[in-house]
Ligand binder design. Structure first.
Ligand code: GLN
Length: 203
């Protein structure tokens, strides 16, 4: 089965691990560089991006994750995980860094304090006709999308909440909470395709 990691420094690690296990993946909770090298893809969960950033540096994970992203490892980031994938963060906490990779600018806590949490039905053409029910929990919004990234979904008012760039997929919301499995399936398909492509063909 497909071996994938969930970055397990902080956040809703268990929800992602359960969903991926349910899809038949072999899930590793990743806290150390050697654990990262044992997986073919990584999920960065929701939580608090400034904390995930700090812990990733303390645990010596920032550079290995940046290297893995640069080497083309598939990564799915949700909410704080999207912030960690963004090349630029607006309203970052002092000194906060991201791993980067996604050619986007995200704004943290973009939906304000009154509306800390809401659900919305999203059209995501890349996933088919069935809409996505998305849970927003103090999530970021994608404020600008650079030429290398592609919009996967936006709210009816036009705010971008899902983006993709090569092997990277970033979501403002939490599919793991509403039981939406298609983003994780898309991620696993990428991991599997890349694994097959890396196996040396026999003549
Ligand atoms: N507000 C959080 C942050 O800035 C993200 C919230 C979430 O992941 N649910 O990292």
């Amino acid at each position: 089965s497909t071996r994938v990691g969930v970055l397990a420094l902080q956040g809703d690690v268990r929800e992602h691990a359960a969903l991926l296990t349910g899809l038949g993946a072999d899930v590793v909770l990743v806290r150390r560089p050697d654990e990262l090298s044992s997986v073919g893809g990584l999920v960065i969960p929701g939580g608090e991006s400034s904390v995930i950033d700090k812990l990733s540096r303390i645990f010596g994970m920032q550079q290995p994750i940046r290297d893995a992203i640069a080497a083309g490892m598939p990564v799915l980031g949700t909410c704080a995980g999207l912030i960690m994938l963004a090349d630029d963060i607006v309203d970052a906490i002092d000194g906060q860094e991201s791993f980067g990779g996604l050619d986007v600018v995200v704004r943290r806590n973009a939906f304000g304090r009154q509306v800390e949490s809401f659900e919305a039905e999203l059209d995501v053409p890349a996933l088919g006709v069935e809409p996505v029910s998305a849970a927003f929990i103090r999530g970021p919004v994608v404020e600008s999308v650079g030429p290398r990234a592609q919009v996967l979904a936006a709210l009816p008012d036009g705010r971008v909440v899902a983006v993709e760039q090569g092997e990277l997929l970033g979501l403002s919301f939490h599919p793991e909470i509403t039981g939406e499995k298609r983003f994780h399936e898309r991620f696993l398909a990428r991991v599997e395709a890349r694994r097959r492509a890396m196996v040396t063909p026999r003549v």
